[in-house]
Every structure is written in C-alpha cells, then in structure tokens.
Write a protein that binds this ligand. Structure first.
Ligand SMILES: N[C@@H](CCC(=O)N[C@@H](CS)C(=O)NCC(=O)O)C(=O)O
Length: 225
C-alpha cells in the first residue's frame, strides 16, 4: 500500500498560507510544508512548479496536495480539510451557525484585509487621507468584532476557521499600522487567547523571526522571543 503525504505549499510571509498551516496543525494532520521562494522585492518568484500546475492563472499560494486532491485558495482548502478531517471540527455545529462562521471567515479576507492591503502601499505616508481612511475602516471592523465577543469566546462561538483567518489578518494589520487599542478589550483578550494556541505559535513564531531577520516590521504584540 502506498501512503501519500499531505503537502502544503505556502510562503514565508503568506497570511493565507499561514491560515492553512494553522488549520492543518489544529486538525493533527501530518503534512510536508514547502515554502516557495520569496524575493527581497516581495515577489513570490520563481513560481513553484506545483503552484503553476494547480493554480496556473493566479499562481498564488497556498496550495494543498492530498493524494489526488489538488487545491488552491485558503478558504476552499478549509472546506476540504473540514470534510476530509472532520475532527476536531473547525466549523460550528448547526446550519445557521456554520453559515455565519463561513461569512465571518470570508469577511475577514475580503472586507477587512483589503484595508490592510491598501496600507501596504501607503507606509511612506500614513498621514494621507487614504491611510487614515483605511485605519478607520479597520477600527470599525474591530468594533464590530468586539460586539460579537460580548456573548462568546470566539468569533463564531466555538473556536473556528473564522478565528484563524481573522487572527492572521490582525497580525498584518498591526504590522502595517492599524493597531487594536484598549477601545476593544474583548478583542484584545481574544487575540491573547489565539496567540496561546500551540498551532498558532508553531506557524506565527517562524514568520515573525523571518520578518525580524529581514529587518521588516514585526507585529508589535508578537516580538520574537
Ligand atoms: N484568496 C487567496 C489569496 C492567496 C494570495 O493572495 N496569495 C499570495 C501570498 S499571501 C500569493 O501567492 N501571491 C503571489 C502572487 O500573487 O504572485 C487565498 O485565500 O488563498
């Protein structure tokens, strides 16, 4: 019998790849991790042959190979991991709760994170109207998440993919100047709880060390030990 090893292709600074790595660790999946090349000018080059084969148009990581299943996109990979490795569950039980959790996961990537991407290009002028607006949008989103945490420990109730996605997005937001403040104490406590999870530490610590080694900004709340 041939045993196939699950493979994850990620990048040293890929927050989407980190999402997948954390989820796989939480589920106790043994996987082989390949970090694709990342240049000093922030390009993921040269493209890995598996990335080009599996994600030929977007050419992005993360990519997952699990036997004959080959997937790209962190959110799609989450869905596969939950179906293929259901325990521990990372979506809540119940149709409505699952739908809400999926929506939060998607919002983190597609509503919150685009503000952070805007900040990437505005680091030289954080006083500009565009940068101030992006930081304000992040602060409004933090407020919204603070509201959710009034009645629960994690964003969608039990710990879920939604928390993993938003935690990674928060690291990049902090690095780029959209920091959480004491205005959202429950969210700060959530962030500390997230940072204590071994799966999260296993992925985030090497990323912060990589950043520090390259002289890049490290998340203020995660200085390497
Ligand atoms: N929606 C995708 C986004 C993936 C993505 O943006 N990947 C980046 C790294 S974080 C990438 O590979 N960029 C290289 C490129 O676009 O050439 C996901 O969730 O996986």
């Amino acid at each position: 019998m041939t045993t196939t090893i699950t493979k994850i292709l990620s990048g040293p600074l890929s927050m989407f790849g980190a999402k997948v790595q954390i989820a796989a660790l939480e589920k106790g999946i043994h996987f082989e991790l390949t970090m694709v090349p990342f240049t000093k000018d922030d390009a993921y080059e040269p493209k890995h042959p598996d990335v080009l084969r599996i994600n030929p148009v977007k050419q992005q990581v993360p990519v997952l190979i699990d036997g004959d299943v080959e997937l790209f996109d962190s959110t799609q990979i989450f869905e596969y991991l939950e179906d293929r490795y259901p325990t521990p569950a990372l979506w809540p039980q119940g149709v409505a709760e699952r739908a809400r959790a999926r929506q939060l996961e998607q919002k983190s990537d597609e509503v919150f994170f685009p503000n952070v991407i805007r900040l990437f290009g505005l680091q030289h002028d954080m006083q500009s109207a565009a940068a101030v607006a992006a930081c304000a949008a992040c602060a409004r989103y933090y407020d919204e998440m603070e509201g959710l945490l009034a009645t629960r420990e994690y964003l969608a109730g039990a710990y879920s993919f939604a928390d993993i996605a938003f935690y990674m997005a928060c690291i990049f937001a902090d690095r780029k100047g959209a920091r959480m403040t004491q205005a959202t104490p429950r969210l700060l406590a959530w962030r500390s709880r997230m940072g204590e999870r071994p799966a999260v530490q296993t992925v985030v610590e090497p990323m912060m060390r990589f950043l520090a080694s390259e002289g890049r900004d490290v998340a203020s709340f995660l200085m390497p030990r």
